[in-house]
Design a protein around this ligand. Structure first.
Ligand code: MAN
Length: 353
């Protein structure tokens, strides 16, 4: 697979972003959803910020209080045996078998704008910030589906109640309308198709199962983008392969003459995240036609291998121009990069069933 990584990579790093509060630091500007608006490329960045701690033994967890609209900070001491701090992203309660108690940073969405897709200017203020009790730990990993002149933006809403997927819409990237939670916890990695297929909207989604089953990709349908049903299991993990640990949708599905091409992420049990592709039937996207045996993009560059959480390439959005797929992707849960791939080469690389 020929992959052309931009010379400017990483395009945006945390150092380029001014924190939204003086006592906070930006630790991530990554996993951006992508949209074309007027003559600009917009990246809807996931900005992760944390309270500055001058003592390495103190870990601070930021929590949004929807009653006061303020952030509150919960402090932990790293010697506290009730908690496990080994994953830098989360604070775990050792008495619980799975899941986390707090996140070490709070994410929200900020826009970066560009005329050429290479050089971006970052907005001064947050675009979408937590507003309610389902978002008290932040909002993450946005994706954008344009239908007509409306842009639907959906993202993980994280709180002690779980991680679900919420949606807003905008026509101008200034004002947003809130549509509430469209997939209840625990669910992530929703991708809404850009047009109706045989009279229905479709969405991929990724339940994270706790009793039985694995983190795999499902598909659902809807008449109105808000109420989703007729859920079907679409595709699973593959033992011994690059997508053996967890999978989830990545970019908004691309309509090609061969089918809907979904660029999805897959990770190994050791958390090495790659991007690969799956081809779905044009008339019935619940049917898988072909899939990547090898990733189309994997962590190779230093900025992909090293960072807050290394060995991660994670795309939430691409732009397609002719045969060129411009894949914008988060690297190492830290920064944003872009790589160009050939659409025909991706289609040709798949194993057809
Ligand atoms: C995982 C990671 C984190 C994220 C949480 C909550 O631990 O993807 O980056 O903050 O889930 O969604």
């Amino acid at each position: 697979m020929k992959v052309y990584r931009y010379e400017e990579n990483p395009l945006i790093t945390p150092a380029d972003v001014k924190p939204h509060r003086e006592d906070f630091e930006v630790i991530g500007a990554f996993n951006a959803g992508v949209a074309k608006y007027k003559d600009e490329v917009l990246m809807l960045l996931r900005i992760a910020e944390r309270p500055i701690s001058n003592d390495p033994k103190i870990v601070k967890a930021p929590v949004f209080n929807p009653k006061t609209n303020e952030l509150e900070i919960v402090e932990f001491h790293t010697d506290d045996k009730r908690y496990d701090f080994s994953d830098p992203r989360v604070i775990r309660n050792v008495s619980k078998q799975q899941g986390f108690e707090y996140l070490t940073s709070l994410s929200y969405i900020r826009i970066a704008r560009s005329k050429d897709g290479h050089n971006f200017a970052i907005d001064e203020n947050p675009f979408i910030y937590p507003t309610n009790e389902l978002e008290t730990f932040g909002i993450e990993d946005p994706r954008v589906t344009q239908i007509g002149d409306t842009y639907y933006i959906y993202f993980s809403a994280v709180s002690p109640l779980g991680v679900g997927e919420s949606m807003v819409s905008t026509k101008d990237f200034i004002t947003v309308e809130h549509h509430g939670m469209i997939f209840a916890p625990e669910n992530k990695d929703v991708l809404i198709f850009s047009e109706k297929i045989n009279g229905k909207y479709y969405a991929l989604h990724r339940p994270s199962l706790k009793s039985i089953g694995d983190p795999e990709i499902w598909i659902a349908e809807s008449n109105n983008l808000l109420y989703w049903g007729n859920h079907k299991h679409l595709m699973g993990l593959r033992e011994g392969m690059w997508d053996s640990g967890r999978i989830g949708g990545g970019a908004v599905p691309i309509k090609t003459e061969k089918g809907w091409l979904e660029l999805y992420h897959g990770a190994t049990p050791e958390n090495r995240y790659c991007m690969g592709a799956v081809l779905l039937d044009l008339e019935d996207p619940t049917k898988v036609i072909a899939r990547s045996d090898k990733p189309v993009l994997e962590p190779e560059a230093d900025y992909e291998k090293e960072g807050f959480f290394g060995d991660v390439v994670f795309s939430c959005g691409v732009l397609v121009e002719g045969d060129t797929v411009k894949m914008y992707y988060g690297v190492a849960d830290t920064s944003m990069a872009c790589a160009e791939l050939s659409l025909q080469e991706i289609l040709g690389s798949l194993t057809y069933y």
